[in-house]
Design a protein around this ligand. Structure first.
Ligand code: PMP
Length: 353
């Protein structure tokens, strides 16, 4: 059949394996059920599931606009922020164009780039697993159409310094869209040189598009809702390529209800942040190299040990996410689950020393 030949080398997505009773720390999900009020909102929306969802996603857009202090024209909602990554590439790049991002980072950037036939340009992270923004700025060419900056970066959890981000944005030509992927925004507790506000930066740099999601801290990974905040020119383009009705009525209602549970969200993210600091400190005590994380996961820089570590960890009942030859990403959740992981990490470190 006449399938595009350039897709031949594109790998099929392989979901992580799990087994009954496993502690799953591989996908940066929360262990808690959805926030208070969400289950009732889902039940109510499900009762009218015979109807198509609101394709304009008006209520959720308005609620988000209000809570973020932007206009509805600056927001596009999508079926997970991953589709907004894909759609940003679709509206900016054609075959032969370049999409620039740090590497290692979110695995869908290169895949989504290749889906539209554009060329991924991957700039290695620094030795400390942080985006090398100066090198990224230096890699811009006249074919660059979109740049992703994942902050905190998945899978390393690291963030860039605020001044470095500003300098970078100032160096990027103002007609190239920069997507600041803040999927883990709610877990950031930025202070000192790291403190920045993406929505404020947008005033200075209208080419900046901020991506966030309800999948992580809000605990709605299974319902698929993400959003982009950007200049109305970009948002209009995203709206044009939005596949109608892909954000279900149940998902929209759940997201609205989640926005109304900010106190509980903060309590839950504070608990994860405290655990993140505890897990990081313990891993370092055990001799692991772990950069500071601002997300709900930590990154163990294990190099060639990454695959054996993850395999043995799974045998102990805890599923983590290895990246061959590079590192292992471990979600931080409740103390008991984190302890199960730390128990393995201690045993592994002991066996190697
Ligand atoms: N961006 C980053 C950095 C991510 O880690 C993820 C999820 N792994 C996404 C975007 C996509 O999230 P979702 O589609 O669930 O909103």
């Amino acid at each position: 059949m006449r399938i595009r030949p350039d897709l031949d080398t594109l790998p099929v997505y392989v979901p992580g394996k799990t087994f009954p009773g496993a502690i799953k720390l591989a996908s940066n999900e929360v262990t808690d059920p959805p926030l208070p009020g969400v289950a009732a909102a889902i039940a109510e929306a499900a009762a009218t599931a015979n109807r198509y969802p609101d394709n304009g996603m008006v209520e959720l857009t308005d609620e988000l606009a209000k809570s973020l202090g932007v206009t509805p024209a600056e927001i596009q909602i999508g079926c997970g922020s991953v589709i907004l990554c894909q759609n940003l590439i679709t509206v900016t790049a054609v075959p032969g164009d370049e999409v620039l991002f740090g590497w290692r980072s979110f695995e869908m950037y290169p895949v989504a780039t290749r889906v539209v036939g554009a060329t991924p340009v991957q700039i290695p992270l620094t030795g400390d697993a942080v985006h090398d923004l100066a090198a990224m700025a230096g890699a811009i060419t006249d074919r660059t159409r979109l740049i992703f900056v994942c902050n905190p970066n998945n899978p390393t959890g690291t963030v860039v310094e605020a001044q470095a981000l500003r300098d970078f944005l100032a160096a990027v030509p103002s007609d190239i869209v920069v997507a600041l992927d803040e999927a883990y925004f709610e877990y950031m507790r930025l202070t000192g040189p790291f403190a920045y506000d993406a929505l404020e930066l947008r005033r200075e740099f209208p080419n900046l598009v901020v991506l966030r999601t309800f999948s992580k801290a809000y605990g709605l990974a299974g319902l698929r809702v993400g959003y982009a905040v950007g200049d109305p020119e970009v948002i209009t383009a995203l709206n044009k390529v939005h596949v109608p009705f892909t954000v279900s009525s149940v998902a929209q209602s759940a997201a609205v209800a989640s926005l109304h549970a900010q106190d509980e969200l903060l309590a839950r993210t504070d608990a994860v942040v405290a655990e993140r600091e505890r897990v990081t400190a313990r891993l370092r005590e055990l001799g692991y190299r772990v950069p500071d994380s601002q997300a709900n996961f930590v990154w163990l820089m294990l190099g060639d040990d990454s695959m054996p570590f993850a395999t043995e960890c799974a045998e102990s009942g805890v599923i983590v996410r290895p990246f061959a030859g590079d590192g292992v990403r471990v979600t931080v959740t409740h103390p008991a689950e984190n302890d199960a992981f730390l128990t393995f990490a201690e045993k592994y470190a002991g066996a190697r020393s």
